[in-house]
Design a protein around this ligand. Sequence first.
Ligand code: BT5
Length: 325
Amino acid sequence: VKKTKHKILDMLLNHSDTHLSGQKICDVLGCSRTAVWKHIKELESEGFKIEAIQKRGYRLLSTPKELSEARILVGLKTKELGQHLIYFDSIGSTQKEAQHLAEDGAPHGTLVITSHQTTGRGRLGRIWSMPKGKGIAMSLILRPELSINRIPQLTLIAAVAVVKAITDVTGIQTDIKWPNDILVKGKKMVGILTEMQTEGTNVKAVIIGMGMNINADKNDFPEEIRSIATSLKTLTGKSHDMSLIVQTILFYFEDLYMRYLDEGFSVIKWMWESHAVSIGKRINARLFNGKVLTGLAKGIDEEGALLLEDDQGSIHKIYSADIEI
Ligand code: BT5
């Protein structure tokens, strides 16, 4: 059920060219004028600019660039992804929270999200840092009926969804670095972390975490990542609507995911490869056992593994590693 506040926002968004009288809102939603006024005040405190003129009513002047629960939900064009939204003003790690929720039976499509994550993590226990309120940290719970060996493909679907959404909303073209980084001019803007819960050989849940640098300035990042990180703000010089970016990612993710279930991985593989930076280049693959393989990145296979041709001409299938280009 949609909250009254969300319904009011929905009405305001659809009537931004005229004033909506308090009475009209009451009539449509069946609530009191005081209730309407209270919700309007709440929306204002969340950054929505609303003009109130006596005898005419309310008009929405602008929506906040900051992440907003109401703004994500109102106008969200998905059937499942994100419809069950767990929003936090601040949290340690959305990934950790999503892991708990998944164990407790949270449905497919549940999204845990914040723009203030205090102890975010990357792969192998590495730190994911996020300047407060300047980025998006979210973890999506999926319940796919897929075998374990296909789960890494979901990271690649997520990457394609993010690339498409960022281009749609901002016009910025981004590159994918296998398996889980989105880069612009060689600097990291988004990191993806895919984890799963299994029972025997069954996949119970997959949790796809995404950390995105949106409205941070260069100096907002901690010293140690300043030279390797980038954000949409540093690239474009302006702030972007974080809720709209989330909506758009969820839309593309769901669309690609359905196509993937219907048609298989090949359609995704093709899109993924067209955005990949490492393919056709000489790379070092630092494996998690410490070994380094050097050679030519040939592409990905049907499972989503990276294919690397070494100098002796043999092909290695790489399932997880850090890639240096
Ligand atoms: C990743 O790991 O890139 C996956 C990051 C996933 C973060 C999301 S946020 C929502 C959800 N909740 C969580 O707690 N986690 C997920 P990896 O490939 O291991 O890269 C980690 C490395 O990226 C670090 O060691 C830093 O070098 C670098 N790094 C950390 N914060 C960064 C940032 N904000 N921007 C760019 N690079 C960063």
